[in-house]
Every structure is written in structure tokens, then in C-alpha cells.
Design a protein around this ligand. Structure first.
Ligand code: CA
Length: 366
């Protein structure tokens, strides 16, 4: 009898334990459900590049994929190329107004409305990609950029770098400074002003319009990016000489821009995902260019008979002299631009000294 009672007591105890266990489980489940009921977001991203364009155009595509995966679908971003929703040169305004949540492009496209924007893409004879990333993330560059975009209701982040670009496509040889006279070239930003002062004439147009304008003679020359991208646009069919180095863009950084309200509405985990994905894409784009440019250059020379040429030293020295002059005039009456320019100059001086005994010394040895 005693054994039976003990057995029943055990059964009762197990019954209550099981009941308690399930009650605890169901409580946990409801808690988890509450935790997982997080708000989802659907964003629109407009770019200044043709849809799925190699390098610069893949940056925003990769970013959207990465954010969706990292957020497990809580932040979905649809990417539109140049002209699909917004024309390339209206991306800044569209994001600023909040018509769309974010954009991808290059800050020097906006110098007409915000001159200091030039400093956040590249400068003639300025920092290379590695140095620019270091200035931006470890020497106060990003904070200055955020301050510059704040009045436009925008938050900027680095969006990938092309590395050193090419000097551009020309229909005639450049053997002296005089040869620049009268050349109408597609060249954005302050470098365009430098080229104009050297005797040419610079015009701004999106990459997708370069081929036709070169073909029809609206322009005589064009700089775009480098072999990997220039090959896809087919410039070798309408210009013969391909010049280096890209003095005008020794490392052009593209940008992600976010509408402030849209970004601030995100919970902290999604904000961190966005920042992390942007940082990953920023590095990934440089890797893509570094891996692809060389193959494309070989193809341009061997398959398409492009003539590769270096600008004469006298041309480069003069362009460097004019660049300094243009930059100094440019910041003269703008206190904030002076601060940004000085920050870049200070950083460049220090890093250039170190790079002489590190990167340059190794390049010289190889
Ligand atoms: Ca360029």
C-alpha cells in the first residue's frame, strides 16, 4: 500500500512539474513573440549610376542585399538606377526632401548647391583610397562631412572607392601644355575648373551620356573612372588615346546618403546593420576595382588597340600648380571649407611622410 501511495505521489508530482514546465514554456513563447514583433521597413534607394553598373553601381546593390540578410528581412531596400525613378543629378535633392529614403552617388556632383561637398569625394593630387578611408574614419573626416550635410537633412557615409582613376580619353595626343587648349572635356568637380584654367573647357554630365557626346563631337575628351568601367561604356570606340595617371581623382570615394528622419526612425540594431553594411561595401568596392582594372586594361590594349599614354611631366606639374591655386581660392571666403581643406592637408602631410617609407618604398622595390 505504502508503495502504491508513493507511486501516486510521484505521479502527481510529475503531473504538476509537467504542467509547470508547459506553463513556463508557453509564457516564454509569448515573450519571444513579443520580442520578434519588430517593425519592418521598406526603403527606396536611388543612384547616379546605370542599374547594376559594375563597381560603383554594384555597391548599392550589394548594400541592399547585405542589409536585407543581416536584418532577416526587416529592412528591405529597392535600388533604382539613374533615370529609373530620379535623374542622376537630382539624387541629392530627392533624398534631402524625403521623396526617397536614401541615395548612392558622389558628393562632388553637388558642388553647385554645396561647394564643400567636393572635399568628400576626392581632390586633384589629393588622398588615395587607403588614405581617404583613414582620414574619414580615424581623423575627423566623417564628422566634418556629417556637419556639411546636416542642413540638407542628410546623413552621409562612405559608399565605396574606385581607387586611382585614369586621366581620361582623348582624340589627340597631349605632348605639351598647349595641346590642352580648346579641349572640351567631361570632368566633374574642381578638377574641371583646373582643366579649364589650363586652357581647356570642362563640362559635367553623367557617365551614361559620355559615349554619345564623344561620338558626336559635343566633347573632345572625357574622364570617367578606369579600365574596368570605361571598357563597359565602350569609349575605345570613340577615342583612341587613354591617358594616365588620374591626377584629377587619385581615389574617388562614392557616398551613401540617408534622409535624416528615415534613418532616425530605425531602431538601434537596424542603424548598426546599415552602418556595418555601408562600411563593408566601402571596402568591397575597392577590392572589386583592384581585381578587375588590370584585366580590363589588357583587353583595351590587346583586343581594342587602345594607345596607353602618360601625361608629360610638364603638363602634370602645371596641373598640380593650378590645382593648388584653384583650391586656395575656392576655400578663401568659406570658413568651413577652409577647415575641411586644412584637415585634409594636415592628414595628407603626415600620411605621405609615412607612406614614403612604407607603401612607396615597397612599390619601388617590386
Ligand atoms: Ca572620374
Amino acid at each position: 500500500m505504502a508503495g502504491t501511495k508513493l507511486c501516486e505521489f510521484r505521479k502527481t508530482l510529475i503531473y504538476f512539474l509537467v504542467l509547470f514546465f508547459f506553463a513556463a514554456c508557453s509564457e516564454d513563447t509569448s515573450q519571444n513573440e513579443t520580442t520578434f514583433e519588430k517593425k519592418s521597413f521598406s526603403w527606396t534607394l536611388v543612384t547616379t549610376w546605370p542599374k547594376n553598373y559594375p563597381g560603383v553601381g554594384l555597391g548599392p546593390e550589394n548594400f541592399a542585399k547585405l542589409v536585407e540578410e543581416m536584418s532577416d528581412g526587416r529592412l528591405k531596400i529597392k535600388v533604382y538606377g539613374n533615370g529609373e525613378l530620379i535623374p542622376a543629378l537630382e539624387v541629392f535633392d530627392a533624398v534631402s526632401r524625403g521623396t526617397v529614403e536614401m541615395g548612392h552617388g558622389a558628393s562632388y556632383y553637388w558642388i553647385g548647391k554645396l561647394p564643400v561637398a567636393q572635399f568628400f569625394t576626392t581632390l586633384p593630387f589629393g588622398l588615395n583610397a587607403q588614405e581617404r578611408n583613414a582620414w574619414l574614419h580615424y581623423a575627423g573626416g566623417l564628422e566634418l562631412w556629417e556637419k556639411a550635410y546636416e542642413p540638407f537633412n542628410l546623413i552621409p557615409m562612405a559608399g565605396g572607392n574606385t581607387g586611382v582613376q585614369m586621366g581620361g580619353w582623348f582624340n589627340k595626343e597631349i605632348n605639351s601644355l598647349e595641346d590642352l587648349n580648346g579641349i572640351r572635356i567631361r570632368m566633374p568637380g574642381l578638377a574641371g575648373e583646373v582643366f579649364s584654367r589650363a586652357g581647356g573647357e570642362a563640362v559635367l554630365m553623367p557617365g551614361s551620356e559620355i559615349f554619345t557626346n564623344l561620338q558626336t563631337g559635343v566633347i573632345d575628351a572625357a574622364e570617367w573612372i578606369g579600365p574596368y568601367n570605361d571598357l563597359t561604356f565602350g569609349f575605345h570606340q570613340v577615342a583612341k588615346y587613354y591617358y594616365y595617371p588620374g591626377w584629377q581623382e587619385p581615389g574617388a570615394m562614392t557616398e551613401f546618403i540617408f534622409n535624416q528622419e528615415a534613418f532616425n526612425e530605425l531602431p538601434n540594431d537596424l542603424k548598426a546593420i546599415v552602418r556595418t553594411a555601408a562600411r563593408a561595401v566601402n571596402q568591397d568596392m575597392l577590392d572589386e576595382y583592384t581585381a578587375r582594372n588590370n584585366q580590363a586594361l589588357i583587353s583595351l590594349i590587346e583586343d581594342h588597340n587602345v594607345i596607353l599614354k602618360k601625361f608629360p611631366d610638364e603638363v602634370l606639374y602645371e596641373l598640380e600648380r593650378i590645382s593648388k591655386e584653384v583650391l586656395e581660392e575656392f576655400v578663401e571666403e568659406d570658413k568651413f571649407a577652409t577647415q575641411v581643406y586644412q584637415s585634409i592637408l594636415d592628414f595628407k602631410k603626415g600620411v605621405a611622410n609615412y607612406h614614403k617609407i612604407s607603401e612607396e618604398a615597397i612599390f619601388d622595390l617590386r
